[in-house]
Design a protein around this ligand. Structure first.
Ligand code: ADP
Ligand code: MG
Length: 329
């Protein structure tokens, strides 16, 4: 069983940034409004993710570590309309099998927190405000072959930051902080309170905080609706690409994805309107009826499959074309 977990871990956990991605996903699913990531040695020695979300009840702590244990879906129909980031119940089990992990959590209904040590199974009371802290130490300590594939601490740190950045660009309503070796390296405050203020303004402020002020001044808003597909976000003008050529962010129903249909559609739009602008910078948010997209294609959920990819391609292409071609003030 340990071996099976470690093999499964290979699909989900490639490097510290994969752990960060999964733990931040969980914090968001728990309804956190503030998420703090602390790293040591690029996350190889230590990753902790603290949230102020709903917490895990004492008796569910051991269950959370079990393979295919998820509290998020209960049947296959749920899978078609899954609204949470997680649903496979694999991440914690996978990470626990290749690290020294502990869970410290307190739901609002409990007067005390409990700490579960994954390796020993020991469960004891501890102090904590409502929410959860997951600690992951010595990643891949028992699988040296995999540990050897890790790059320098600086590179692993950069990947961890990128992982949080992807979440942050989708959730301006949540505050994020990243610490490395006890120093604050990134902090993005919440720019939006749901139900108050304008969501587009909040997104622009978050984009400015995360990608830089120049990205927002040198980009145009995207807003386009075609049948069941809505595309919003911002498309960078040629000048925006100078500093951030690698920043192409696509989201489908709030989930960061790498998808050829989306990137091809965006690239085509840039070619049409700006005649071959090589490395466009953009953040595009596709909202689509969940029944028209399969998110359970890849263990890391970074890939999706559209039921009708032409429909999505056209919507994104038109969205970006319209934005780039619109007269600017
Ligand atoms: P999944 O997210 O796919 O359900 P995970 O292995 O990532 O699976 O997590 C297992 C379970 O542990 C979750 O379904 C959830 O109930 C619980 N859990 C994990 N992290 C947190 C957290 N930060 N706050 C509250 N519950 C959590
Ligand atoms: Mg999860």
């Amino acid at each position: 069983d340990e071996l099976i977990s470690q093999i499964a871990a290979g699909e989900v956990v490639e490097r510290p940034a994969s752990v960060v991605r999964e733990l931040v996903d969980n914090a968001l699913d728990a309804g956190a409004s503030q998420i703090t990531v602390r790293l040591s040695a690029g996350g190889v020695r230590l990753i902790t993710v603290e949230d102020d979300g709903g917490g895990i009840p004492q008796d569910e702590l051991p269950v959370a570590l079990r393979r295919h244990a998820t509290s998020k879906i209960t049947n296959l129909t749920d899978l078609e309309t899954v609204a949470t980031m997680g649903f496979r119940g694999e991440a914690l089990a996978a990470v626990a099998s290749v690290s020294e992990m502990s869970l410290l959590s307190r739901p609002a209904s409990q007067t005390t927190a409990f700490l579960l040590d994954a390796r020993s199974g020991e469960l004891r009371p501890a102090a904590r405000a409502t929410g959860t802290t997951v600690e992951v130490k010595e990643l891949f300590f028992s699988t040296p072959a995999r540990r050897k594939f890790l790059k320098t601490d600086a590179t692993e740190l950069a990947h961890c930051i990128e992982s949080v950045r992807r979440h942050a660009l989708a959730r301006p309503d949540v505050g994020f902080a990243i610490w490395h070796e006890g120093k604050l390296v990134e902090q993005w405050r919440a720019t939006f309170v749901p139900g108050q203020g304008d969501a587009q303004d909040a997104l622009a402020r978050r984009l400015s905080d995360v990608l830089g002020e120049d990205f927002v001044t040198e980009s145009v808003p995207v807003h386009h609706r075609a049948g069941p597909v809505t595309v919003t976000g911002r498309a960078g003008l040629p000048d925006a690409a100078r500093s951030r050529a690698d920043h192409q962010y696509c989201y489908v129903n709030g989930r960061f994805v790498r998808d050829k249909v989306l990137t091809h559609a965006a690239r085509s739009a840039y070619e049409d309107v700006l005649h071959g602008h090589k490395q466009p910078v953009y953040a595009l948010y596709v909202e689509i009826d969940p029944a028209r997209v399969d998110v359970n294609v890849h263990p890391t959920k970074i890939e999706v499959r559209f039921r009708d990819s032409r429909e999505v391609h056209q919507a994104v292409r038109h969205a970006v074309e319209n934005a780039l071609a619109a007269p600017r003030a």
